[in-house]
Design a protein around this ligand. Sequence first.
Ligand code: COA
Length: 182
Amino acid sequence: MLDNVNLADIQSRQWPQEVLEDVWGFLSEAFHKETTVLNTRISPENLKNLYVRGLSIVKFLHDEMVGHICAWPVADGFFEVGSVWVRPDLRTHGVGNSLFEEIKELAQLNNGIVFNITISPYALKAGARVDFNLHQDWAYPVPWHLTCAPCDLLPEKEKHSCPKRNISCWLRVMQHDKPRNK
Ligand SMILES: CC(C)(COP(=O)(O)OP(=O)(O)OC[C@H]1O[C@@H](n2cnc3c(N)ncnc32)[C@H](O)[C@@H]1OP(=O)(O)O)[C@@H](O)C(=O)NCCC(=O)NCCS
């Protein structure tokens, strides 16, 4: 439902634009209610840290946070785009698409391998619009320890025969528009 909400009032913020301290706790709690988000790293401290490093984009409706996306610097030269969230009552109106469009523009990502793993068909659609291409090899160029290993949906010993891989859990690698300097 979109009672009394003008979508044009939803604005993006990026570092160094100010964000009040309490939003990170709010966002962390919101993530914990979602079943499609990896829960191991979304502490308020980690989320704030990414923001001040210029690695996340947040959406505000007036003073309320209503959307988030970030690029986790998971290893030297590798960024995992994820922790995507839109406030439930505002979903299906294009906010998720615009989060993916905006994260793609982050200059810091230009020289890295940028990937995304999702079990959300909606995140899958939004990522496809910005050249996140499906990738069926979960060990190269993004190494296994960055793809399946961190997953908290299955115990370690079951991961190599995970029935979800490429069926209901997707790895995508972003194709860069500009040539990389590596
Ligand atoms: C994934 C998420 C961020 C998408 O946000 P959103 O604002 O609803 O996204 P959009 O409205 O831009 O929709 C993106 C695409 O998914 C489709 N979509 C979104 N919700 C849908 C629904 N309930 N039913 C059918 N299609 C849907 C849209 O039609 C759109 O596709 P299109 O561009 O081809 O038309 C949101 O659902 C969410 O926060 N989910 C919970 C957390 C999560 O799963 N995060 C992803 C982890 S990687």
